[in-house]
Design a protein. Sequence first.
Lengths: 371, 190
Amino acid sequence: MESFKDFIDFLTQPTLMLTLSMVTFPFFFPINDWFEKWNRRLRLNLLWTNAGLVVVMLGLALFFVVGVQDAEFRLIMLKPDNVPIVGLIFLVYFFMWVSMKQASDNDARLSSGKKPNEYHDPDEKVLVWPDLVYVEFISLILCMCLLLVWSIGLEAPLEEPANPAATPNPSKAPWYFLGLQEMLVYFDPWLAGVVFPTIIIFGLMAIPYLDKNPEGSGYYQFKNRRLAISIYMFGWIILWVLLIIIGTFLRGPNWNFFGPFEYWDIHKLEPLTNINLSEIIYIKLFNTGLPSNIFLRELFGFIVVFGYFLVFPPLLAKTVLKRLYLQLGNFGYGVFVFLLLCMLSLPIKMYLRWIFNLKYLIAIPEYFFNI
Amino acid sequence: MPAEAEKPMQEKKVSKQAKASVGEGTIKEKVQRRSFISWLAVAWVAFAAATGGFLTMILRIFFPNVLFEPPQSFKIGPPEEYEIGLVDIRWQAKFGTWIIRDSEGIYALSTVCTHLGCTPNWLENESKFKCPCHGSGFRKSGINFEGPAPRPLERYKIVMADDGQILIDKSKKFQYEKGQWSDPEAFLVV
């Protein structure tokens, strides 16, 4: 049992966990034929079958049943704030299964020349009242019952009156913002707190204008929309849900990382002396002091950031995203690739922090401008 | 089959209702075009007045009768009360400042993290301020060295009052990145 816990603690180190999930992700959501071949060879497509649902759900349940025996994990798992996240893990997989199962069924039908399942849906219409409203009404009552029982059974995690001079340690955002809080560890507040959330919202709004693929309109399917679905699922599962899970189960006092079965030691020492790119270049590389001119000091940061946004779009348009570029045209492709690069900047920045202890690429604290 | 049978019945019902609800004859006779516009003006004025009044009430909230804010400048006793090499957190809750005395003198650090404004904790063993929100860390001097905080903690004006007590004025801040820590008021030589 101890070695199992140690193994889980080892596996859930965020650096390892994020790397593993990012590397294995295209095998679960294959983006091209090669990954699709391996997806079938590794039997990962069984995840979206009835047996897969049962196995994954039982596996997750087993993990939490075993986990709750551990004193440290019980504290995290049964904290009223965190109980919904345990449910969320089951629900996210369930709803992914609901759509992916129908999608893979339809993929099989389409490849054997049949019409998708939804094509055979009955044509006759049902009335809003009573057919739809009744179902909604009953669901509403059931949800109310659940919330009532929940709120009575688990006491609200109320604390003492707010005191600006005493911040709880660790201080966690509401669960739905834990992804943003994780992002704030790696970015300046105005980027992670203002610019990126805005880009996320506008990016989600832009999806129907960028994804004009008529395949799968009105029915579930994966094969002909694999890039679109995979990109979306990457942002949703890894950069949002996984970060919420990390924030819930793996962040402890002083916002340090802790394994789920690890004791929350407030004095856990993690040397994280971070430096800016300008300091790496001028002090470590050139062995000179920082130039007093701000622009000269941050020149390399500007080159990296502008290079990232100026070099990659044409490069990708000529190589891997060639077909997409021809489909979307200049403007559509520009918006798409900008959103994509913004999304990828989060894991990039996380790795830069973990590997090089890099704080900011461009650091101009004088004018509150840090990237 | 039953669905088809119902259809004409429903249509009849809808058209009948529509006629009754518009009530063509009655409204046309009572409200003329000109009077309608003046009534509209009255309605708009009333609406604007009500909205304006409501907004004024909301604005009033921003000017409370009583403000429970600690004073911006305060005395914290004579320098002898502060031990050399220690971070004094006794004024953290009341005034939001840490008093630190080193071998040369005394300075007052702001307790507001420069990342997003949480209050860091002083960890004596690790000799650092550590923020519980996003993990920013600051040295005893206030210099940021870990986590996302982009700049060092701010220092407050610290001077000697006439009665031999230390006087701290939070309305005057000194920022390291602007080179203000060398200001004589940012540091009390003891």
